[in-house]
Ligand binder design. Structure first.
Ligand SMILES: Nc1ncnc2c1ncn2[C@@H]1O[C@H](COP(=O)(O)OP(=O)(O)O)[C@@H](O)[C@H]1O
Ligand SMILES: [Mg+2]
Length: 247
């Protein structure tokens, strides 16, 4: 049994009384510790599938299981990061991260908050309010908050989609480093091919709506990735071709 199993998932939405299919015959496995990227045209159902894995969507045909258990609702073991960090504006960085922690032990909480602040590179910004942070820093806080729950699966929906190119590269490096250390099972939606090749072990490429799996590409690059290496460029081309060559 694989860690996450998606078995023949079909999903329909209703548009003014008319039903349309969003996801079609989605069937694949994810192993523990893998970094998966979903890539595909806008509207093909990537977010819907991610939300289904999160437990935010439960009406679909087929099954999605994590560790053999069917997903029924959102749970702490599946942490979600969105394009906007969704921080509480009245809480500072430490409070935003500490808010999600269950522990009653104050010292333990402090230690944990500080650990995750360091992990995402926000040391020195503990008492800053979200409005005082740049977009990249706010997203770092959002990631720290998701990680602080120590989820078994980290789900990210275009987390760097709203950031400028340079900030995005810095956040990709941070996420890469954290993944190299934790090997946490991660599923990320992105429309950035280079980002997918930089981060993923496997890239799942979707067809246009209704989204079905066009191809799954194994990246097979070292954890420490060089975007300008020949191997990297070759994988990028493979992904690019799979996306642009019509099925
Ligand atoms: N709650 C909903 N009700 C009806 N249609 C929806 C809903 N959520 C998404 N859709 C539609 O389903 C399709 C897939 O959406 P989405 O999963 O967000 O695509 P993607 O993330 O790949 O861009 C789109 O056509 C979108 O408009
Ligand atoms: Mg989306």
């Amino acid at each position: 049994m694989a860690y996450i199993e998606l078995k023949n998932v079909n999903k329909y939405f209703d548009n003014n009384g008319e039903e349309f299919q969003v996801l079609k015959n989605i069937d694949f496995d994810i192993n523990k510790g893998e970094f998966i990227c979903f890539v595909g045209a806008s509207g093909c159902g990537k977010s819907t599938l991610l939300r289904s894995i999160a437990g935010l969507e439960v009406k679909y045909e087929g099954t999605i299981t994590v560790d053999g258990k069917e997903i029924k609702k959102p749970e702490k073991q599946r942490g979600m990061v969105f394009q906007e960090p969704r921080l509480f504006p009245w809480m500072n960085v430490s409070q935003n991260i500490g808010y999600v922690l269950d522990t009653k032990d104050k010292e333990e909480k402090k230690r944990k908050v500080s650990e995750f602040i360091n992990m995402v590179g926000l040391r020195g910004f503990e008492t800053a309010l979200p409005k005082e942070l740049s977009g990249g820093m706010a997203q770092r806080a959002g990631i720290a908050r998701a990680l602080a729950n120590e989820p078994e699966v980290l789900l990210m929906d275009e987390p760097f989609g709203a950031l400028d190119a340079l900030t995005k590269i810095q956040l990709q490096q941070t996420v890469r480093r954290i993944h190299n250390e934790s090997h946490q099972t991660t599923i990320m939606v992105t429309h950035d091919i280079e980002e997918a090749v930089y981060l993923a072990d496997k890239i799942v490429i979707f067809t246009n709506r209704p989204g079905s799996i066009r191809k799954i590409i194994n990246v097979n690059l070292p954890e420490d990735r060089d975007r300008n290496s020949l191997e990297f460029v070759n994988v990028r081309k493979k992904v690019f071709d799979a996306i642009t060559i019509s099925a």
